[in-house]
Design a protein around this ligand. Structure first.
Ligand code: ATP
Length: 336
């Protein structure tokens, strides 16, 4: 396994490695190697490294890569030991400084939606979870992991590894094909079978996207909706993060119900901020936000679940009107 990992790391550029393993930055800073060329595979980039710097640390090119592999393996092991059994959100204060009387624990496999008017504080709640707030954000909320307050060191070590966030905008900086993009992610996440997981991601992304694309489509040529489909598939099929935060997927131009189903599998904790009744009711609970605070926690009743089918029919009617307009059709009383 270490040998495979060695090969993968040696063939990965510093830029790619840092994008998928931000924690690797610590390693390069520790060995004073932060100025390596970031567009060459590491095995080549190290040819340009200052030999004296390496000697200072008793290293050479091969041992640097060895050490890096060991470092990443240790981090991965640590990650496994911090399995999330539960996160707990403890209330802080509303925008006007009143106490937010609210505590909620969420376990893996649960989907929780967050509803409320525009500007009420839905994204802020997601941001609090993402940074594992310790009463140090404007809401003064506290997020516990497995019932414990995290020490700063632990909090920042977990930062970015615990939570996968899907936000409203995606920017791709590298001009890879869709297939290369998925394979690169699979390799840098040290997946044992990068080719087949990349194919699985590609199929999932196409299932979600309205307009289909091919494996050789460049990621920079994808539409907004297609890029979101790509990122959702990537998170669903490859991300090891136990918590998935989704900000307003309804604007994404993807099959949103399918996206939630895809993301909720593999026993993840899923929180969705949404204005969409279908997504709000797919969750087991919904948090109603008002004036920056959680105003109510409502469990979805069996009756509400049953009404999902009706809402879905209404939604399909709206969808067909949308499609008709998109393809140049006219709307008549019969359409509705
Ligand atoms: N409890 C709070 N205390 C202070 N500021 C808050 C609080 N809750 C939210 N805010 C601030 O209010 C602003 C609006 O919140 P946010 O962007 O989360 O709204 P939203 O519900 O996601 O809106 P939209 O539906 O338009 O996306 C942000 O600047 C946020 O930081």
């Amino acid at each position: 396994m270490t040998e495979d990992l060695y090969e993968i790391i040696a063939g990965t550029t510093l830029g790619e490695l840092l994008e998928t393993h931000p924690v690797a930055a610590d390693f390069f800073v520790n060995y004073n190697l932060q100025n390596l060329k970031d567009n060459l595979p590491l095995s080549e980039a190290l040819d340009y490294a200052d030999e004296n710097t390496l000697i200072d640390f008793g290293l050479d090119k091969a041992t640097v890569l060895d050490q890096l592999v060991r470092f990443l393996e240790t981090v991965a092991e640590e990650k496994q030991t911090t399995a999330v059994e539960e996160i707990t959100i403890l209330g802080g204060q509303t925008k006007s400084g009143e106490a937010e009387e609210f505590t909620l624990s969420i376990k893996p496999g649960e989907i929780v939606s967050i509803v409320g008017p525009t500007g009420s504080g839905k994204s802020r709640l997601l941001a609090d979870i993402e940074c594992l707030a310790q009463r140090d954000t404007p809401t003064k909320r506290l997020i516990l992991v497995n019932g414990k307050t995290l020490e700063d060191e632990e909090r920042f070590a977990m930062d970015g590894r615990l939570v996968a966030q899907l936000s409203q905008n995606m920017n791709f900086v590298m001009d890879l094909s869709v297939e290369e993009f998925f394979e690169m992610h699979a390799k840098s996440r040290l997946h044992p079978d990068p080719v087949s997981v990349a194919a699985e991601c590609f199929a999932a992304a196409n299932e979600l996207a309205g307009e289909k694309f091919t494996p050789d489509t460049k990621v920079t040529q994808l539409s907004g909706g297609q890029s979101r489909a790509l990122m959702i598939a990537d998170t669903a099929c490859m991300s090891a993060s136990p918590i998935v935060l989704i900000d307003e997927i309804e604007n994404a131009g993807v099959d949103r119900r399918q996206a939630i189903r895809m993301l909720a599998k593999n026993e993840k904790i899923v929180l969705i901020s949404t204005h969409d009744p279908l997504l709000a009711l797919m969750a087991g609970k919904r948090l109603v936000i008002k004036n920056g605070g959680v105003h109510a926690v409502i469990e979805t009743t069996p009756e509400e679940r049953e009404s999902l089918a009706k809402i879905e029919m209404l939604d399909n009617t709206l969808q067909s009107i949308r499609n008709r307009l998109r393809t140049g059709g006219r709307i008549t009383p019969d359409t509705i």
